[in-house]
Design a protein. Structure first.
Lengths: 332, 332, 332, 332
């Protein structure tokens, strides 16, 4: 085992990041050391890179970002029993406390004390990453390696789509970033009768079409509600998945709603959905991927070597790239 | 049977109402004629009386208002089979079309083409009212007559409270108009572990205490979130029932929400709830009332003869009255 | 309009049936007269034909059987408003009373007083059939006519499959009569990750393969539990749909279960599922069929002219036929 | 801390048990040592005592039985962070593996590899018991000590009753052992409109009445279905909780059912329910107990000193005792 490794490092509380040689992560009795094969870039990573207001409050440099990846187990602590060297794994990077009400009632994905590896601790844009055994997800060898690196955002899509009834229903997806694009594939796979993809960016609309959305709409040039009403016999979409907001998938500004007209008289249910269920969503993803139900390739637009990380950030900013895969060992 | 009857009539598109002698309602083959024993006044009736903007758009005078009542069947059309003269009845006054998607999928309470008796057709502030057989609710003789006249708003409370898990959970009710007050009683009856009642009007707060809310809070003088957090071990209320808004229970202005902080990260579900389920809610109400699980008396503040209708409107405006019962035959 | 029509008639309480010239059905104010284009044969029809014990108790000859069909509206009563001459329709043949608890709480498909057209009243193995407006299902012209004639059994499959979570789960279907076969298609369409079809009859197993069951098993020659455990990583099927029993899809003998081992310790839920939801299932079927999600052709094995009805019964008895379509006007 | 303690010991694979002086339990880094204040006796303990067939297969003597208790923390391992000396606690005695599918999907209460303290490892009929931190339940001081000792079986009742809709519904409970008796109290607390208690043992029927079942029925002398039908307007009970079976609450013999008549045509759902949810049920119990919603006293029939354990076993066998509390330190 080497003593040092290459990693993307955010060294200071300022914009940018560097590729540096750093020490290998230290693992405890219940931790697993994984050699990263492929990582992938999330909008959150761009926030950290650009050092926006959210990042300034949340991130404590120096930090190795990166929370989407797959790799191979190369070492583990004494008390680890469920994985061994050579296992092909990914991980849930939300480390839940296990002791709050949410954790003790099956809602660990909204743990009050969650720590995110790659946000609150060193992450996966590196040759190696340390993960608690509890958070390791052993991968079925049938899962393609590229898909194995994007299970985190795919999980967001699966958790969102399966949070309500989708079979035989019409679904409108607002926002076609990577999670919105994945949601198109998932909604189709579980029997949505029509999938509407709504997106202002032309590159993303093109990918939405490749993901086989039934109808792709541009709110800047089309009357989206009218189009949907016409194609649904005047009923409107049964389900709306709001996946736009800011680059990190969240909107930071208040949204104004007329509750009487928009919610109450329509008998609508609004669900706030966050992260992925630990670990029900992971089982669901595995089942759908093994069964070959999801074609996610159109959403993977770039493959880069880790040394080109800053260039990847620029690609994301242009809006031309969707999901970018990062190869720590240069094979991107 | 008399040829004419006394009724509250809104004669013109203008504020006010009159007590007039009018013709008895005509009943069709599938209708039921009910002699009204007790009716009760809803905030909607005050809207109609005051002729506010909502009323100006919706109401087409002349109209007999009133959509909460109980009475006795005195006649019915040839094809009516499920009720007979002498039956003690109330009615669901939302007449659903039976043909829209909502009606055909068990969601008739949000029928697209609903007509409300007492709003869109002559209602129950009269000696007699005509009701389609399909909407008649036969009353168990064990139901007290006063409660039988307020099943419509009690149904709103029952439908709202039972729309989610309540047993062993803490419940905050914002707004203690009659429906909010009834919701206190219902939440307690179905096992809420703590009920917080939140209301600015001192009269209503006093009644909320009599309805046995565990904690009654005044947002004008108390830090409501802080009080609730303290009394729930820092967890906050499990369930919030928003029952304030305008006098008719609805808010007409948009409400601004920070979706990320208030909904998504908390994994919250927001349900828009309207009316009462046809007729599941009616069965539930009957079961709870027959079992003696609900003490609603504190919320019934006034009993008036129908001829004093305008005085009742003034009482409502002062904010001192809660539920007002109206006796068409003068015994109030 | 002709005065008489050709129909399959069960004239007496005895085995068999005849093709006879009979009077056209009389329609009431709220009824619709439909010219039958295609009908299809259910196992129940074979019970009636063979005059088994169930039929002896339930059927009161003379009777025109047949409860699966599509056709064209040719006349209707004065009060019918939602369909008109020329409309392409099918119908829910369970006529619910509308007045029992089940009907008034959205459970009309288990109405206590249900009458089934084709069982309790004259049905669709005829040139014309009379249907109450409430039970008519207007067909989208995009639905192929053959599929339009089998919506009743397809509805059983859709209602059963969608009665629980199916997406990303493994599903075992025991019994591959027509409803079991349709269930294969539906389960695949709504995201089942693996579908196991279990059937003793070789003809049916062959069709199950054509319906794209992932694995087809013969309990007579294979260890079904062992095969399923092996293919599910030792977990067993997540969902079992029991669709075998007797030819009419029901088992008349008691079944013995070890509740502790089979149900309680496994935390299993057993749902009794009957018929189709009125009319949610019909909307779901329409959505899936319009979206092209279901290929049902392999299950339609025979197409016959109505005059050959008895021959169709013989085909069913051999176990070689699955769904048989009947053309009243001879074009089968 | 003493070196030895008094405990109930099953020394050999044979009927009976002894009170012995044994070594104190050893605690690991993540364990907690609790001084037992009150334990209570479960039907399972009688199985172990009598050494029946179930016990012969499952139990490996020597064993200290006992899995219902409360006490005070007196020591803990280095890595324990959530409890401290002096805390008043109970514990979930099902120790889940944390790694099987059930554990990773919020179903730890049906963990495939569960170990039960008091069955598979030394339990609570002793002056001290060792418990993993993960399974400790910190008690609110508002919970009475006697109730604190019976949370395990109360949890079975709460989990069962809250497994479906109870509010405003009629509930029949078959079997009035302690869990059945607790279920009466819980069903009433969460709004059951009528509770029928069905039991052959006269002592238990008497207690069922004290628990305020609305109707107590003896299947040996009464026509239970007829009584329930009469008191529910011919509808039957909405919910049946089967809590009889053998003394340990489980039936070991197969049960024969006519699925068509009993399950399918009625659209019934049968749920297998086991244990208590970790730890949702514990939160629910705490909320109900703190709110004073449950009066469980009538079900606690005996209080004994631990040295009289064998006499308690005899009391249970007579059928006169219901829940028996055991005081290890002699204050029973």
């Amino acid at each position: 085992m080497p003593k040092t490794m290459l990693a993307v490092v955010k060294p200071d509380p300022a914009p940018g990041a560097e590729i540096r040689q750093v020490k290998l992560p230290v693992i405890g009795r219940t931790d697993v050391l994984v050699k990263v094969k492929v990582a992938s870039i999330c909008g959150t990573d761009l926030h950290i890179y650009e050092w926006d207001r959210w990042a300034q409050r949340r991130i404590h440099p120096p930090l190795i970002p990166g929370h989407e990846f797959c790799g191979e187990v190369v070492a583990h602590g004494d008390e680890v029993t469920s994985v061994k060297e050579g296992d092909f794994v990914s991980a849930e990077m939300h480390v839940a406390c296990g002791k709050c009400v949410q954790c003790r009632t099956g809602e660990a994905h909204i743990c009050q004390n969650v720590k995110i590896i790659g946000v609150d601790a060193d992450g996966a844009f590196a040759e190696y990453v340390a993960i608690p055994e509890s958070n390791i997800w052993k991968l079925d060898p049938a899962i393609p390696i590229e898909y194995a690196s994007i299970l985190d955002p795919l999980g967001n899509a699966v958790h969102s789509v399966l949070a309500g009834e989708i079979a035989a229903r019409t679904v409108a997806i607002t926002g076609c970033g990577p999670i919105g694009l994945f949601a198109i594939a998932v909604a189709r796979a579980v029997g949505a009768s029509q999938v509407f993809a709504i997106e202002t960016n032309a590159h993303r609309r093109e990918i939405a079409g490749k993901m086989k959305a039934d109808v792709v709409l541009d709110p800047a040039s089309q009357d989206v509600p009218a189009e949907i009403l016409e194609r649904t016999g005047g009923l409107g979409a049964d389900v709306v998945l709001e996946m736009a907001g800011q680059p990190n998938g969240l909107t930071s500004r208040p949204i104004s709603l007329n509750f009487s007209e928009d919610i109450i008289f329509k008998g609508i249910t609004v669900q706030g959905i966050n992260g992925r269920r630990m670990y029900q969503t992971w089982y669901q993803m595995t089942a759908l991927l093994k069964a070959g139900k999801l074609d996610l390739h159109p959403a993977i637009t770039d493959r880069i070597a880790m040394k080109d990380f800053s260039r990847a950030m620029e690609r994301l900013k242009t809006g031309e790239a969707s999901k970018i895969l990062v190869y720590p060992n240069g094979s991107g």
